[in-house]
Design a protein around this ligand. Structure first.
Ligand SMILES: NC(=O)c1ccc[n+]([C@@H]2O[C@H](COP(=O)([O-])OP(=O)(O)OC[C@H]3O[C@@H](n4cnc5c(N)ncnc54)[C@H](O)[C@@H]3O)[C@@H](O)[C@H]2O)c1
Length: 373
């Protein structure tokens, strides 16, 4: 099997998730190629120790330019704080490395526009952005239903991504809770592309937005235990009008009591409706309807039905790390010259999410509904 040599920039939470997915590539069946991590970079040397332990002989460097200068490395996975996206992504693209980037794909709209410009100037380089939840079997089924026009006239769409760990006011502050490093978008930058990936893929762009943003805890303790400004938005509720005319209610929340990594999508239509949340990861709820007929929700346990076949039997459950593996399978498939079974989020989709978040900030400032260019 062809090996695609990777460098990883940013050896934190998500860098390790990629390494773990690459390490269990044997889980996937019939892949044309596999990723092999040959070099890693992090400004914090201790973050690279885990990689060095699990990949003896790997290159470790505190300067990511060393990876870009290595002709052996074909592709980069970059998972660093948002304020570094623009510089590092543009450097990767200009160095001719295929790039699997993290969301939000730049700290703000100008950063995302500069990254997309670099992508357009280097069409030989494949650039995709991380968004794993659409690879859940139920989300794949919903995608199929949309392509078949199963909903009839869409009445409304609701989608969201909710966490609750920030309900604890004593949770220490880190880069993800500071606007300087995370961005003015706050929770929208952290969670928003996850919510928008499917609606955008379905062509459901937002024409306008009325945003309600909340900063529930304006301070958090720093590592010394002293209160520090926590100037990012904790929760966002976005009321949007889709290009098709139906309402979309999109939420990204860090303080949603009781929710842990709860990603959901609900589409109500005149012919059918669907409802899926990762709270119930194998269960898809659907409601087919015929005029005058009964209105009854059905529950179906989908099991392990994936875009990319694996060794796991279809009767078993699917989870977060499976979604990460499927997402990587799609990127590697595309790097191998194939049309992926479900394409990872594109630079254009990431840019569309920035237009919405930027308009949402303006809506919050003015209290008005803001038209999206
Ligand atoms: N797809 C997902 O589900 C998901 C989940 C969490 C985070 N993310 C995204 O992944 C990215 C990273 O988040 P994380 O949770 O892994 O953060 P993290 O803080 O765990 O890791 C970031 C790493 O980047 C390193 N770093 C900082 N500056 C660097 C530089 N100049 N060169 C090399 N390394 C540098 C840090 O030392 C740290 O080890 C962000 O864009 C975030 O939004 C995605």
């Amino acid at each position: 099997m062809r090996e695609i040599k990777f460098g990883v920039i940013g050896c934190g939470l998500m860098g390790r998730e990629f390494a773990s997915a690459a390490a269990r590539w044997m889980h996937l069946l019939d892949m044309p190629a596999k990723p092999v991590i040959v070099g890693v970079s992090d400004v914090n040397s201790s973050a690279m120790e885990w990689f060095a332990t699990h990949h003896p002989g790997i290159t470790t460097t505190t300067n990511y330019q060393d990876l870009l200068a290595d002709p052996n490395i074909e592709a980069i996975y970059c998972a660093v704080p948002h304020n570094l996206h623009e510089q590092i992504y543009v450097d990767c693209i200009r160095a001719g490395k295929h790039l699997f980037a993290e969301k939000p794909f730049g700290i703000d709209l100008p950063a995302a526009q500069n990254i997309v410009e670099a992508v357009n100037q280097n069409p030989q380089v494949i650039v995709r952005c991380s968004s794993e939840f659409p690879f859940f079997p139920a989300a794949q089924r919903i995608t199929q239903m949309v392509s078949e026009g199963a909903f009839g006239q869409i009445i409304e769409l609701k989608a969201g991504f909710c966490h609750s760990s920030d309900l604890d006011p004593n949770k220490p502050i880190n880069w993800k809770r500071r606007a300087e490093t995370n961005g003015e978008y706050g929770c929208m930058g952290d969670l928003g592309l996850h919510v928008l990936h499917l609606p955008l893929r379905f062509g459901f762009h937002s024409k306008n937005v009325r945003a309600l943003l909340s900063n529930i805890f304006p301070t958090r303790p720093n590592s010394a235990g002293n209160p520090e400004n926590c100037d990012t938005w904790d929760n966002a509720i976005l009321g949007c009008e889709s290009a098709q005319g139906f309402p979309m209610l999109l939420e990204t929340k860090r303080i949603s009591p009781g929710d842990t990594d709860s990603w959901y999508i609900k589409i109500l239509g005149t012919k059918s409706s669907v409802d899926f949340s990762t709270k119930h990861p194998k269960t898809l709820r659907t409601m087919p309807y015929q005029p005058g007929g009964k209105q009854a929700w059905h529950e179906e346990d989908l099991g392990y039905q994936t875009a990319y076949p694996t060794i796991t039997g279809h009767i078993f459950e699917f989870g977060f790390s499976d979604a990460i593996l499927q997402m990587w399978a799609s990127f590697i498939d595309e790097l191998s010259g194939n049309k992926p079974k479900f394409q990872c989020a594109t630079p254009e989709e990431a840019l569309a999410s920035h237009h919405l978040f930027t308009a949402a900030l303006e809506s919050q400032r003015t209290g008005q509904t803001v038209t999206i260019a």
